[in-house]
Design a binder for this molecule. Structure first.
Ligand SMILES: [Zn+2]
Length: 262
C-alpha cells in the first residue's frame, strides 16, 4: 500500500517537487524539520498549527534541502544536525554527525548511515522504532520511489553500495525521500521491460495516485525492494531485460545512465 503517512510524520510540499518532512514526537512534543529547502511553507505550517520546531536535520548540502536553515534557525534559535562530511558546504552546523553515530531526532533514536553517491558526504537517518511497529528512514536524494538520485559527486559503485545499505533495512521501514519523482520514475521502469511479480500492481497504484494529483510518498521499503530496479541491479532478470552481461555495478551504471538520458 502506498502513501502511508503516520501521524508523527508531516509532509510539506516545497519548491517544484521537493518534500520537507517534519517528525513529531507526541511524548516530548519535539518537532524535527528535515531538509528545509525553503522556509516559507514550513513557517506557514508552523503558524497554522501553532507549533515550534526543536531542531533541523540535513541529509546533504544541496540548496533545495538546506536553504531554509538560516531563516528557521534565526527565528527559533534551534540546533542544526548535518553530516560532518558536508560541513564545508553547510553553514552553521551545531551537531556534525558521521556514519555509525547514534543520535537523537525528535527524541527518537536515530542511526546515521553513509550514503555517498548523489553528493560525496550524503547521509541517511534511520530511526528503527519511532513509529511503534516499524521504523522510518530519511534518505534525502539517495533512494526515491522506483528510482534513485543522480550520481553527481560519487561513483556509480558508491551509489550502488549506498542503495544496498538501505536495502538491508527491514521491509516495513517507511522511506521518506526528498522529491516527488515517482510518476517519471514509473515511466522509466515501464520502458525497461523488466517485470517482477509485484510491479504491475504497484504501477497501477502509482498511476491512480498520480491521476488524482496525490503524493506517492512515503513508501514502504519492502515495496521498493520488490519493484525498484535501482535496488535490483544484482537481479538476473533485470540484467537480462537490459541485455547486460556485466557485474551489478555495470547493470546499475547502465540503469542510471539510461535514466539520465530518458
Ligand atoms: Zn540533492
Amino acid at each position: 500500500m502506498l502513501a502511508l503517512l503516520p501521524k508523527q510524520l508531516i509532509r510539506i510540499s516545497a519548491l517544484d517537487d521537493n518534500y520537507i518532512w517534519l517528525l513529531h514526537n507526541p511524548s516530548s512534543q519535539s518537532l524535527a524539520v528535515i531538509d528545509p529547502g525553503d522556509p516559507e511553507p514550513v513557517l506557514a505550517w508552523l503558524d497554522a498549527h501553532n507549533r515550534t520546531p526543536t531542531e533541523i536535520i540535513n541529509t546533504h548540502h544541496h540548496g533545495d534541502h538546506i536553504n531554509g536553515n538560516a531563516a528557521l534557525m534565526a527565528r527559533f534559535n534551534i540546533p542544526l544536525t548535518a553530516p560532518a562530511s558536508e560541513s564545508a558546504r553547510i553553514s552553521n552546523i551545531t551537531h556534525a554527525v558521521k556514519a555509525g553515530d547514534r543520535i537523537s531526532i525528535a527524541d527518537y533514536t536515530a542511526e546515521v548511515i553513509a550514503t555517498p553517491g548523489h553528493t560525496s558526504g550524503h547521509v541517511a537517518f534511520y530511526l528503527p522504532d519511532c513509529l511503534g511497529t516499524h521504523g522510518i528512514a530519511f534518505v534525502g536524494d539517495t533512494l526515491f520511489a522506483l528510482g534513485c538520485g543522480r550520481v553527481f559527486e560519487g561513483s556509480m559503485q558508491e551509489m550502488w553500495e549506498s542503495l544496498k545499505t538501505l536495502r538491508a533495512l527491514p521491509d516495513d521501514t517507511l522511506i521518506a525521500c526528498g522529491h516527488e519523482y515517482t510518476a517519471n520514475n514509473a515511466r522509466y521502469v515501464k520502458h525497461l521491460g523488466w517485470n517482477p511479480p509485484a510491479l504491475a500492481a504497484r504501477l497501477a497504484e502509482i498511476d491512480a495516485l498520480t491521476q488524482k494529483g496525490e503524493a506517492t510518498l512515503p513508501v514502504r521499503l519492502g515495496d521498493e525492494k520488490a519493484t525498484n530496479p535501482f535496488l535490483n541491479a544484482d537481479d538476473a532478470d533485470l540484467a537480462s531485460a537490459l541485455n547486460c552481461t556485466g557485474t551489478p555495478i555495470e547493470v546499475f551504471t547502465q540503469l542510471r545512465q539510461g535514466k539520465d538520458q530518458f
